[in-house]
Ligand binder design. Structure first.
Ligand code: M6R
Length: 616
């Protein structure tokens, strides 16, 4: 959470930083602020609320200077106030700092600094970090300003417990920025006569496609002409400059009202990109270039253990179902946040997978590290190339769906479902799945983008349903087998962007408690597949109907629903069971989106949330 950006070069920094902040705003939008260095002093503008409010309310875009930093905040320590907004300035006025992360030992540092005469204006943990840099800077008056600045940051960070991505300015060093990271993402953009820092590539992609992914414990010292990277132990690091493949258009609305809407409709193309080049020549299985585990070793795995949070966790539950069904290997799925504190017995033949769109979710990263610390190989399914999880994993699969900017995950989720389905195929073909079953499975996966296109055609019907149902305060989402996690995902989507209470359950579990919620005031969304589960799901629907509950059925094309049972029927095409969860997700994404739109919610930036959860 929190987005940070820095610029040093020949251009006016304010416009560039504010533009970057707008692109980073999905990471947190409680407050925004910028600081520029101008004639040996700081020009600062900061304000609670959105970047737009900062611009309108403070005239931040008019600030002069070619070196500066900016921040968009997701509040942790201290309320949503102007005073708690970043950048923070040290009480001696020499240091300005922006921070993404949590300083766990800030209270101790603050107590110490108060004894040294430093004062505090905010309730944040960050201000302690800022003042501690100023303290170390003051302690070395004899050293040249530039090295003194860098060393004061280095010394400070050695005392810090917690996580940080920071960028720091010093009034004595008018054309320099020092930045560092531990546990929070930070990249350096290498432009033409300019350098930039940002929490992610979307903020800088309009100016450069060349980036250095900084690693934990690294400090970058930038001037307008060059940069150097060292470690906390002052060892030199040789930078590796990577090229970003995302284009600026990928992170623009292109005529859509919201990123969520755009990303829902991008799903056919996103799925095509996820599967491109990943089927064997004989068309009977999947292939993955970057797993870094040989077929022989994969054959020895007797349990897969998936770790993730939020929607990615739902995707893992679907993968569990498909891998167990088609590859006959047991699968465990844990919330990453729980796994890291559990001490469960783990077998020797376990292979871990972490799943994360952003590749920066702190709980997933910590779980990855915990599994590696225990001596296990950990693979990652991630979307953001160069993200921390992708880099720290032993191998894995990139999703290749382009930037996902809406806070509610859509195309990244269905792409994770696809990768899970492809893994089930790959692992299944190594075991008992026949050649012809493999060929049929591959054909089905290749057809998924078209089936999603067909599912999207129901958008006008779903919009009309959303308008009729937007005033309800509670919803149940009910599905069975691999559609149960899709029910969880439907409930999560509705909750997070419309603020309507919703719960997902396996349809048959409803009788064990949730049915008590049913009345005319609590509609149920049922996933109704044809095949062996059809009659069972219809029975559950009857039980709801008998209690006057309204029913929205998302039913595959050939389901012959009893007349009058469902109040609304949304049809999706018939599909292979590995593809069904992907196609069935589309109507619930659209339903949530249109309900939120009807309620005039801030769809892409729902309250209290941030896209990438980088604090515990
Ligand atoms: O970037 P990640 O996939 O690790 O994010 C995990 C969750 O934070 C994320 O899926 C979250 O639940 C979304 N807001 C769901 O729409």
């Amino acid at each position: 959470m929190c987005g940070i950006i820095g610029y040093i070069g020949k251009q006016k920094a304010a416009a560039i930083i504010l533009e970057g902040l707008k692109r980073l705003e999905y990471r947190g939008y409680d407050s925004a602020g910028i600081a520029l260095l101008q004639d040996g002093h700081f020009e600062v503008a900061k304000k609670a609320g959105r970047v737009e409010g900062l611009i309108k309310g403070t005239g931040a875009q008019k600030l002069a200077g070619t070196t500066g930093i900016g921040h968009t905040r997701w509040a942790t320590h201290g309320g949503v106030t102007d005073a708690n907004a970043h950048p923070h300035i040290s009480s001696d006025g020499r240091i300005a700092l922006i921070h993404n992360g949590v300083i766990e030992n800030y209270a101790h540092i603050k107590k110490f600094l108060l004894t040294k005469g430093f004062t505090f204006k905010s309730e944040t943990d960050t201000e302690a970090l800022c003042n501690l840099i100023a303290y170390h800077y003051q302690k070395e008056p004899a050293a040249p300003d530039s090295s003194r600045f860098l060393e004061s940051v280095r010394k400070t960070l050695r005392h810090i417990e917690g996580t940080y991505g920071i960028a720091v300015l010093c009034t004595d060093c008018p054309a320099e920025i020092v930045a560092a990271r531990k546990g929070s993402p930070l990249i350096l953009g290498v432009g033409d006569g300019e350098y930039m820092l940002a929490s992610d590539v979307s903020a800088i992609i309009s100016r450069t496609q060349n980036v250095v992914y900084l690693k934990d414990g690294e400090i970058v010292h930038m001037t307008a002409k060059n940069f150097s990277i060292t470690t906390l132990g002052a060892e030199d690091v040789s930078p590796v400059v990577d090229t970003i493949t995302w284009k600026i258009e990928d992170s623009e609305l292109n005529g859509y009202a919201h990123f969520m809407e755009k990303e829902i409709f991008e799903q056919p193309a996103a799925l095509e990109n996820t599967m491109r080049g990943r089927f064997s020549e004989d068309g009977s299985t999947a292939q993955f270039g970057g797993l870094n585990v040989s077929a022989v070793d994969l054959r020895q795995v007797d349990r897969f253990h998936f770790l993730a949070c939020g929607s990615a966790w739902h995707a893992c539950l679907v993968a569990e179902h498909l891998i167990e069904r088609f590859a006959r290997v047991p699968v465990e799925v844990d919330y990453a946040s729980e796994f890291r504190y559990r001490n469960m017995p783990l077998g020797n033949g376990t292979l871990f997978f972490t799943v994360s769109q952003s590749g920066e979710t702190i709980d997933t990263l910590a779980a990855l590290r915990e599994a590696k610390r225990k001596g296990y190989k950990v693979l990652a399914i991630a979307n953001v190339v160069g993200s921390t999880i992708a880099r720290e994993a032993d191998g894995g699969v990139y999703q290749h769906v382009g930037p996902e900017i809406g806070v509610a995950s859509t195309k990244a989720f269905t792409s994770q479902l696809l990768v899970g389905a492809m893994l089930a195929l790959y692992l299944g073909r190594m075991r008992d799945m026949s050649f012809s079953d493999g060929v049929e499975y591959v054909k089905a996966l290749k057809g998924a983008p078209d089936l999603v296109r067909q599912a999207l055609e129901a958008a006008p019907q779903i919009k009309a349903i959303a308008q009729r149902y937007a005033h309800y305060h509670d919803f149940l989402f009910l599905g069975r087998l691999a559609l149960f996690p899709v029910a969880l995902e439907g409930a999560l989507k509705l909750k997070e962007i419309s603020y309507i209470h919703a719960e997902g359950y396996p349809a048959a579990e409803m009788k064990h408690g949730p049915i008590a919620l049913i009345s005319e005031q609590c509609p149920s969304v049922f996933f109704v597949p044809s095949g062996e589960m059809f009659n069972k799901v219809v029975s559950s629907m009857q039980e709801i109907k008998a209690r006057k509950g309204k029913i929205i059925a998302i039913a595959t094309a050939s389901c012959d629903l009893p007349a009058g049972l469902a109040d609304e029927v949304i049809r999706i095409p018939e599909c292979h069971e590995a593809v069904l969860p992907i196609v069935a997700t589309v109507p619930v994404q659209l339903l949530s989106y249109y309900i939120a739109e009807e309620l005039k919610r801030d769809v892409d930036k729902p309250r209290n949330l941030a896209k990438s959860v980088t604090v515990e």
